[in-house]
Design a protein around this ligand. Structure first.
Ligand code: ARG
Ligand code: ASP
Length: 707
């Protein structure tokens, strides 16, 4: 009886939408409006997205191609995360002006720093273009023909849509190509850095606290969009003026209480909600542990070095941050999928789907065929995981890969000569953090390779561990790629004759061997590409169509694809493990609890301590007189949502999204309202830092604030 109950539960749950799950398309938000209002929202779907009137969407921007930002003044001032602005903060820092360590605040417009290459993209409007994109497509044609027609149609439709305007059009598939939307965007290219807190506020807790609650990170930075005097996007010019957004957000200092309605409006990058049990098993149960084990090795070498001196710490900090971010997330993801028995749930749903599909010719074979496709992809995927995380991740092999392209890439001799000459010029910088004689780079290269070899994915290295090890060490020691002077000499005047020398280099030869083994042996590249890029996408398109047809009353959200979405939920704590309950707010008192002058991640600025001691919080304090720092909500978010505005029931800004809780990082594959929480910076802490800590009151005065 109990068993029956459990399997029934599995059968019903998996593809039913969970409470708070979903990243919704703003244009179609009417479908969610009643639900949102029932949950407490006091505005309408049209206040969020409307093409005829200024609305909240006009205040939200895509920051480069991976974060979100929001306008908070009528002078183009916007907020995003510190970790989103990180590159611009560090690259504008020098030894004399170390903005990363000490923060940066432009006290006048003249002091704002132009950020070359940075874009801020505003959505003008979106449109369902499914019919036009699929014009001329038939069910009988091959996937290749289908793709060719679609790409031609997309090119034609998008060109026509922006003809005679300065807008840019982007068309993206939804539900695996069952639907297409066109986005008409305005892309601003003169964006300037306005403010950033010191990193012991903007990155307080560092990688130790990353993905973790309780959290106390002041993860924000500020930029301003400039445009030509007539209000259009323009390249940097001193004649440019601050952009006047159609709408900027009103900031509320009221804060939220537990269970209050809230929504996040931004650009989530990618989710995999509809994948089959096979795909989930391969990625979460098999691939993640391999990546984690290989990254353990890299992290250990860097961390040992970083503990030796502040200079070493600085040198490797950003490498480690990017390795550790995925490493930590995948651990949480795998645990989450295991805890929820995600694969078993998917299998149960698939049995149910199959029963439904048995008498429907269109859907009958789709799951068996997907199963077959994944059976073929499985070994290739595992092998490529090793290749990417071992071979492609050591500095030596990465550079050997570049040399491989130089040797065998399909460009002219003169293009190769030019590329090599340019590469030669960058070697001073490169070798400044390449550890030729120390343990790091050699250790990472050898140890990750050995792990791959032991798992059986580098048989070309031989059979004896000691011989394999010797071969690797020799490749490292003897390679021209580890010798700056010889390398620069060879590349400065590169000719095909010198190419011969490079071909025989032990590291380059090793890379060639690994590359041919993984990509070319047994025709693996063709097999992989035809299945991964043609067979699986076509089957997934049919499967997802079937899922929606099977339960037509369910409002299924399309997987995230870096388009603007609304996620809504409530402020809520959670129970991460037995006997523990997480309250959904943190305060400045917690920063003082974590303070430790000996641990880099937990150093607290004297000025912040002083403000804490005197409780000089001004109007930013909460009702109890405390200084709020971060809070949790149940909104469904993912990478790309960083910097997204977190809004209250009236559509006012109360926070800035920046992370998720570790226990819920499986939300890209499977959402669970009991565990999935996004972490938001409380806007009051952000304003407190700008105003009281940094004394940049003029920036707060630009904003529209309600008490
Ligand atoms: N985990 C967050 C995200 O995925 C923040 C990463 C940056 N912060 C850090 N401490 N590394 O982007
Ligand atoms: N920290 C992520 C980002 O940068 C957000 C997340 O994965 O929840 O987009």
């Amino acid at each position: 009886m109990r068993k029956l109950f459990i399997s029934l539960l599995f059968a019903v749950l998996p593809l039913a939408m969970m409470a708070d799950e979903g990243m919704w398309i703003p244009m179609l938000l009417q479908k969610n409006e009643a639900d949102m209002q029932k949950a407490g929202m006091r505005i309408t779907a049209k206040d969020i997205y409307d093409i005829n009137h200024a609305c909240l969407k006009d205040a939200v921007i895509l920051f480069n191609q991976g974060c979100t930002g929001e306008f908070v003044s009528d002078q183009g001032l916007f907020l995003t995360n510190h970790h989103c602005g990180y590159y611009y903060i560090t690259s504008n820092s020098t030894v004399e002006h170390d903005y990363l360590t000490h923060g940066f605040w432009a006290m006048s417009r003249e002091q704002e720093i132009p950020c070359r290459g940075l874009t801020a993209t505003r959505l003008v409007r979106m449109e369902d273009v499914t019919a036009q994109v699929l014009e001329g497509v038939t069910d009988q044609m091959s996937e290749k023909d289908r793709a060719a027609i679609i790409s031609k149609n997309i090119e034609r439709i998008s060109a026509k849509a922006v003809e005679g305007s300065h807008y840019k059009a982007v068309i993206k598939p939804f539900y695996y190509g069952n639907q297409y939307f066109m986005y008409i965007n305005e892309v601003f290219t003169d964006v300037r850095l306005v403010g950033a807190p010191p990193s012991n506020i903007g990155k307080f807790g560092g990688d130790t606290d990353n993905w973790i609650w309780p959290r106390h990170t002041g993860d924000f930075s500020m930029f301003r969009v400039y445009c030509s005097p007539d209000g259009k996007p323009a390249a940097f010019s001193s004649d440019n003026v601050p952009y006047k957004p159609l709408k900027h957000l009103t900031v509320s200092l009221k804060g939220l209480n537990e269970d209050d309605f809230t929504f996040v409006f931004g650009y989530p990058g990618s989710t995999q909600r509809y994948v089959t049990s096979d795909a989930m098993r391969i990625s979460a149960i098999e691939v993640n542990p391999i990546r984690i084990a290989l990254r353990d090795i890299r992290l250990k070498y860097y961390k040992d070095a970083m503990e030796q001196s502040p200079a070493q710490r600085l040198k490797y900090a950003s490498k480690v941050a990017s390795i550790a971010n995925g490493w930590k997330k995948w651990q949480g993801e795998t645990l989450g999928i295991e805890r929820l028995q995600g694969v078993a749930k998917k299998e149960a749903y698939e049995r149910q789907f199959q029963r439904w599909a048995n008498d429907k010719p269109e859907y009958r074979d789709v799951l068996p065929r997907l199963h077959q496709a994944y059976a073929t992809l499985h070994p290739i995927t595992i092998e490529r995981t090793y290749f990417d995380e071992a071979v492609r991740s050591s500095d030596l092999m990465q550079r050997a890969g570049l040399m491989y392209t130089l040797l065998y890439g399909a460009t002219s001799d003169s293009a190769k000569h030019a590329w090599a000459g340019n590469f030669a010029k960058q070697q001073d910088k490169y070798f400044s953090d390449f550890d030729k004689h120390g343990p790091i780079d050699k250790g990472i290269f050898v140890d990750t390779y050995i792990l791959m070899w032991k798992a059986g994915y580098a048989p070309y290295l031989g059979k004896e561990e000691s011989a394999v090890r010797k071969k690797l060490v020799t490749a490292f020691d003897k390679s021209i790629l580890t010798n700056k002077d010889r390398l620069v000499k060879l590349l400065s005047d590169y000719t095909p004759k010198q190419g011969k020398k490079l071909e025989n280099d032990p590291a380059v030869a090793l890379f060639s061997e690994a590359y041919s083994y993984v990509y070319h042996k047994d025709n693996k590249l063709q097999i992989h590409d035809s299945i991964a890029y043609h067979v699986v996408p076509a089957l997934m398109r049919t499967y997802v169509k079937g899922i929606m047809e099977k339960d037509p009353d369910v409002n299924y959200f399309p997987d995230a694809n870096l388009t603007l979405r609304v996620a809504y939920g409530a402020v809520k704590g959670f129970k991460p493990k037995d006997a523990t309950y997480y309250v959904p707010y943190s305060t400045l008192a917690g920063i003082m609890e974590k303070e430790n002058p000996d641990i880099y991640d937990y150093v607290v600025e004297p000025r912040l301590k002083e403000l804490y001691r005197t409780k000089d919080y001004g109007r930013y304090a909460d009702r109890n007189g405390d200084m709020p720092v971060c809070f949790l909500t149940t909104c469904h978010t993912t990478g790309g949502n960083s910097g997204s505005p977190v809004l209250n029931a009236d559509g006012q800004l109360v926070g800035v999204n920046f992370d998720r809780c570790w226990e819920g990082t499986m939300s890209d594959l499977l959402f669970d309202p009991n565990y999935c929480r996004n972490i938001c910076l409380d806007i009051r802490y952000c304003l407190f830092i700008i105003d009281k800590f940094a004394g940049a009151r003029h920036l707060v005065d630009e904003m529209t604030i309600v008490q």
